[in-house]
Ligand binder design. Structure first.
Ligand code: ZN
Length: 310
């Protein structure tokens, strides 16, 4: 199993887009800065969607520009289409990710594009990325969303996911990740699907899992991913955003609990858990009354707990 893992904080994007209120730009900056100072090396800071659709993300350009001034931080943005990718590149993101729904029904409902239209969009973005000067060329990743099941279609066949992962790679992306958008995944399914996709596109072309904790299996799914060689996990501070379909359940897996588990297992995250736990205050103050989740923040660290020496 891997000795070190990258945790990609997605709270400022996935968390905040699920919260109706708009977090003040200054609070977002304070959050991102404090998390980077706690040792988080990669943060998805926003989404280049039209602000009419998601007013929570209207300040993404300003947030990216700010985050770029922080040392040792990879700044990630979500892009829904070519237009968003053009904006992300103009702002100088280090990495951009486009969600590609494995359920065609979900894709058509969500972004009004079927699978072949999505592949064409992904190829247009990959071509644009390839044209950028090497020094400023962002890493372009496709997130295979609803990969573990869809609220509209139910199960999505493994073969379909493998085929679409291959199509995305052929369109010119750097790598793909698997996203459990709906919180349907279980550890056996994670092992099986990671293995199949890696076998099809190459061991080093699938490194990231985006997991939700809707049914309480988030961390179990992380362990399954670790055993298959996954090295990057998305997570959200305080599991911000919750799940509209499962009251009491966090949204993304909780960053604090993920860091605790990995460090306790002897896997280095580079993150100072004491400092990370204090970042919750910034989010709590900016969004009063918004539920924040996590077992480690409630229980505290075990006596004698030590992080892995980096
Ligand atoms: Zn998500």
């Amino acid at each position: 199993m891997t000795q070190s893992v990258t945790i990609s904080e997605v709270g400022p994007r996935d968390g905040l887009q699920s919260v109706d209120r708009v977090m003040a730009t200054a609070a977002k900056k304070a959050w991102i800065k404090a998390e980077a100072e706690a040792g988080v090396g990669e943060i998805e800071v926003g989404s280049f969607v039209p602000s009419k659709l998601l007013p929570q993300m209207a300040d993404t350009a300003e947030i990216v520009a700010f985050a770029k001034t922080i040392a040792n931080l990879d700044v990630v943005a979500l892009v829904p289409n070519l237009k968003g990718a053009e904006r992300a590149i103009a702002e100088g993101v280090d990495k951009m990710s486009i969600p590609f729904s494995m359920s065609e029904t979900h894709s058509i409902n969500n972004v009004r594009k079927d699978h072949s239209a999505m592949i064409a969009e992904i190829k247009a973005i990959a071509d644009l990325v390839a044209k950028q000067p090497e020094a400023s060329r962002p890493h372009f990743e496709v997130g295979l969303s609803t990969a573990f099941g869809c609220t509209m279609e139910g199960p999505v066949a493994d073969d379909q996911i493998v085929r679409l992962a291959e199509a995305a790679m052929n369109a010119g992306v750097a790598e793909v990740g698997l996203s459990d958008t709906t919180g349907y995944a279980n550890p056996a399914q994670v092992s099986r699907l990671v293995r199949k996709v890696k076998r099809a596109i190459g061991d080093d072309k699938l490194n990231t899992l985006h997991l939700h904790n809707t049914r309480g299996l988030g961390l179990a799914n992380v362990v399954a991913g670790l055993e298959e060689g996954i090295t990057t996990f998305d997570a959200s501070l305080g599991g911000l955003g919750g799940c509209p379909f499962a009251p009491g359940a966090s949204g993304n897996i909780v960053t604090e609990d993920l860091v605790f588990m990995l460090e306790a297992m002897g896997i280095s995250t580079g993150i100072d858990l004491d400092k990370l736990l204090k970042v919750r205050d910034i989010v709590a103050e900016a969004l009063p009354g918004e539920p924040l989740y996590g077992f480690t923040p409630d229980a505290g660290l075990p006596l004698g707990f030590q992080k892995v020496a980096a």
